[in-house]
Design a protein around this ligand. Structure first.
Ligand code: IMP
Ligand code: MG
Length: 193
């Protein structure tokens, strides 16, 4: 694989910022208020889909006023490109303990829906939770191939490849505090649309 040009200020690698940090956090306030109300009196475990949901998890969970539990799932679905590969690999030695729990799965972005379909299938079959719902920061509805409807959505976006706030391109840019598109010169020629 070609090495990308990685020096410089990562903020300058963005073409367009779609969601500023303050916009994201304001939306998470709203989502957290809804989740807090919906899960009153229920035993809630929030399951993070690594690595993309890390930023959202940290900011969302601190806004939810419930005595919840937290688990993480490590899956791979993208293999470094900009298109969904369709195959989902679980990289973990044990599945979380979720029996009888109300489970909220948190992921960064819902595109084809294949990743979440595989996760929901595995969790409901192996872990026997009482319920499973899905929260995603971004929803690319036009990319949908599986019949997954998220219960909590931060923002709907067009069919664009975005990075930042947990979302990566080839493992980079997850630490950007906002979400945006990359300048073409920072995308490998074979990944440009
Ligand atoms: P799906 O299985 O097609 O729904 O893909 C979901 C996963 O693909 C997400 O959890 C992301 O890791 C990755 N993904 C989809 N779209 C993007 C994007 O625009 N930027 C970065 N990662 C993405
Ligand atoms: Mg992901």
């Amino acid at each position: 694989m070609l090495a990308m040009s990685i020096p410089g200020d990562s903020h300058d690698h963005l073409d367009r910022v779609l969601f500023e940090e303050a916009t994201i956090l304001a939306r998470l306030d709203e989502l957290a208020a809804g989740i807090t109300a919906d899960y009153q009196g229920k035993s809630l475990t929030v399951v993070a889909v690594l690595h993309g949901s890390l930023m959202m998890m940290a900011d969302l969970l601190r806004r939810i006023r419930l005595p919840l539990k937290m688990e993480c799932l490590s899956v791979e679905s993208y293999h470094g490109g900009v298109e969904s590969s369709g195959s989902v690999k679980f990289n973990m030695t044990r599945m979380p303990e979720l029996s009888g729990e109300h489970v909220l799965i948190v992921d960064d972005i819902l595109d084809s829906g294949r990743t979440l379909e595989a996760i929901i299938g595995k969790l409901s079959g192996v872990c026997r939770p009482q319920s499973i719902r899905v929260a995603v920061l971004l929803d690319k509805q036009t990319g949908r191939e599986a019949s997954i409807e998220p219960d909590y959505v931060g923002f709907e976006i067009d069919d664009l490849f975005v990075v930042g706030y947990g979302l990566d391109y080839q493992g980079r840019y997850r630490n950007l505090p906002f979400i945006g598109t990359l300048k073409p010169e920072h995308i490998l020629p074979e990944h440009r649309k």
